[in-house]
Ligand binder design. Sequence first.
Ligand SMILES: Nc1ncnc2c1ncn2[C@@H]1O[C@H](COP(=O)(O)OP(=O)(O)OP(=O)(O)O)[C@@H](O)[C@H]1O
Ligand SMILES: O=P(O)(O)OC[C@@]1(O)O[C@H](CO)[C@@H](O)[C@@H]1O
Length: 324
Amino acid sequence: MARILTVSLNPALDLAIRLPRMMLGEVNRTDETHLDAAGKGVNVARVLVALGNEVTVSGFLGNANDGPFLRLFQTLGVEDAFQRVPGETRINAKVAEEGGRVTDINGPGVNIQRADWERWVAWLDALAADPQQQPDAVVIAGSLPPGISPEDQSALIGRLRQQGLPVWVDTSGEALTRAIEAGPSAVKPNEHELSDWVGESLSTHDQRLLAAHRLYRSGVDEALISVGDEGVLWVSQRGGYLATPPKVSVESTVGAGDTLVAAMLHGVLAGHPPAQILTFATALAAESVRHVGVGNPHADDIHQLQQQTRVHRFDDVDADGALA
Ligand SMILES: Nc1ncnc2c1ncn2[C@@H]1O[C@H](COP(=O)(O)OP(=O)(O)OP(=O)(O)O)[C@@H](O)[C@H]1O
Ligand SMILES: O=P(O)(O)OC[C@@]1(O)O[C@H](CO)[C@@H](O)[C@@H]1O
C-alpha cells in the first residue's frame, strides 16, 4: 500500500445528465441526473482508494457547497487536507447521450486569492519536507482556477521534485506546457492535449508515437498518452508500449483518463511488470466507460477485461525519435 497525495486545484461537482439525444435550443428531458463530488484529482483518489492505497486529498474547495465532498471523503476514508476558500466550487455539466457521445461544460472555478495560495503552498512545502509525513507520490490533476497561473503550478512541481517526490500531472493547455518544463515524473495528455503541446496534428499512429517519444525525451520519466477507444501509449525507460482496450458499451467516458492515471501510478509504485501495469490500467479504464464514474477494480468481469486487453511492446523508434 502506498501513501499518495492527490491535488485538485480546481475540483468540481459533476452534474451527470443522461438523455437519449441532446436537442440544442429545446427543452430536454433527462433519463437520469446525478450530482457528484469530482474533479480529476478527486476521481484519481477514488480509484487509488479502491486499489488499497492510503490517500490524502488536497487543493481548494469553496466553503459554500463542500457538503458532497465531505461526505465522499468520509465514505472513502481519505484525509481531507483541502483548504476552504470563500465561494462555491464550480458545477460541471456532463451530458451523456445514447451512443456514447459526451459533452462536457466546465466552469472556470472559484477565484483563489494570493494569500490563500501562499498559505496552501506553505502547508505543502512543510509536508514534502517532513520525512514522517512525505507521501510516496503526488498527483496534480485538472485545470487551474482563476488566481493560479501555469507558472505557479510549475514552480510547485519543481519544488516537490527537489524534495525527491514523484509528481504525476494530468492537465492541459499552457498549464501542461509549463508543467512539462518543470520535469514532472509523469504526464498523461490525451491525443488532443499532446497535439497542442507538439503544435502539430497527430492523426496517424506514427505521428503519435513520435510525439510520445518527444514527450519522454523532454525529461518526463513516464510519458502516457490516452487515445480514447484506441487505447494507451506509454514510453518510459522500460521501453515503449501500446495497449488496445477491449470493446465495451460506452455510457460515459468522464473519468476514464483519471482511472488510467490512478491505476498506472498504483502499478508503478507497487513495482509490477510493465505489461501487467498497462494491461490492468487499460482494462480498468475500459470498465469505467461502461457507467458514470471511475473504474471499479472489483467489477465481476475485471479479469476478462484484462484478458481481452492487448499490450504490445514497440522498439521501432531510435534515440532521435525517428521511426526505424
Ligand atoms: N470507448 C472506450 N472503450 C474502451 N476504453 C476506453 C474508451 N474510451 C476511453 N477508454 C480508455 O480510457 C482511457 C482514457 O480515455 P481518454 O483518452 O478519453 O482520456 P481523457 O480525454 O483524459 O478523459 P477524461 O478527461 O474524460 O477523463 C483511454 O486511454 C482508454 O484506455
Ligand atoms: O476542467 P478540468 O479541470 O480540466 O476537468 C474537470 C473534469 O472535467 O475532469 C473530470 C474528468 O476527468 C471531471 O470530474 C471534471 O468535471
